[in-house]
Ligand binder design. Structure first.
Ligand code: KIV
Length: 272
């Protein structure tokens, strides 16, 4: 189904602001490599996130903590080479921006210089205010991330819905205001009650993009491997799967193996 929308040649942070103003919902997906980024960009996505979920999805780690800045830069550079239209945002990995705004600036500069990406994303509220403000002094756009912040998994202990209690909800609203005031161009809200997410989206003038945060926000993001059904162990309520590629690809591999064993592949047309 196609929905009427204004066509933009290239998506910039200003375009996202315009989408918020006009009520056009923002679409965002992850990509970590050239081929997936080409597919996602050709599909008309507005924002591609080179997420630190690459730590789980591409490298098989249990959390997002182990991925390094150099690994993120390699993923981001491959994505940037594929993209014509989408805004490319790259996650600052764990340990490259917290508690040291100079290091945050250096990490963000490395990402921009070595990958050619358009913006960075980092997790947290007022604790990372100084880092955000310092990164912005170099003219690097910053996206915030509140709610479930996977880099702090060991502080919270679980991946359950955040900000269900009043005090945590109030802190989240305050943090969103801090991120806007610090100069973030957008905020990701992960796994929080839909009514709170809508309240946050209405309380700030910058776009709020949700994952597991309901439909009252300005846009949606999912991990591409999850929405394509390439991963199958992860099945949260908020995930809509558009394909079942894990099964389809496994079947294709089985078919290929069987064709080789039975000497059906290659046939006479598939050789020189
Ligand atoms: O790393 C990631 O993929 C993310 C999304 C879940 C928003 O941060």
């Amino acid at each position: 189904m196609s929905v009427a929308k204004k066509e933009f040649k290239k998506v910039t942070t200003h375009v996202l602001q315009e989408m918020k103003r006009t009520g056009e919902k923002i679409s965002m997906l992850t990509a970590y490599d050239y081929t997936m980024a080409k597919i996602v960009d050709n599909g008309g996505i507005d924002v591609i996130l080179v997420g630190d979920s690459a730590s789980n999805v591409m490298h098989g780690h249990e959390t997002t903590l182990p991925i390094t800045l150099s690994q993120m830069i390699d993923h981001a550079a491959a994505v940037v080479r594929a993209v014509d239209r989408a805004l490319v945002v790259v996650d600052l990995p764990f340990g490259t921006y917290q508690g040291n705004s100079k290091e945050a600036l250096n990490s963000a500069i490395r990402i921009m210089k070595e990958s050619g990406a358009h913006a960075v994303k980092l997790e947290g509220g007022k604790e990372v205010k100084e880092s955000i403000e310092r990164i912005l002094t170099a003219g690097i756009p910053v996206m915030g991330h509140l709610g479930l912040i996977p880099q702090s998994i060991y502080k919270f202990g679980t991946y359950t819905v955040r900000a269900k209690e009043e005090d945590e909800a109030a802190k989240l609203l305050e943090d969103a205001a801090t991120l806007e005031k610090s100069g973030c161009f957008a905020i990701v809200l992960e796994k929080i009650p839909a009514n709170l997410a809508e309240k946050v989206a209405k309380s700030v003038t910058i776009p709020v993009i949700g994952i597991g945060a309901g439909g009252g926000v300005d846009g949606q993001v999912l991990v591409t491997h999850d929405m394509m059904g390439m991963t199958h162990e992860f099945s949260p309520r908020f995930l809509r799967r558009y394909l079942n590629l894990y099964t389809e690809m496994t079947e294709a591999v089985k078919h290929y193996v069987s064709d080789i064993k039975s000497k059906d592949f290659p046939n006479s047309n598939e050789q020189y």
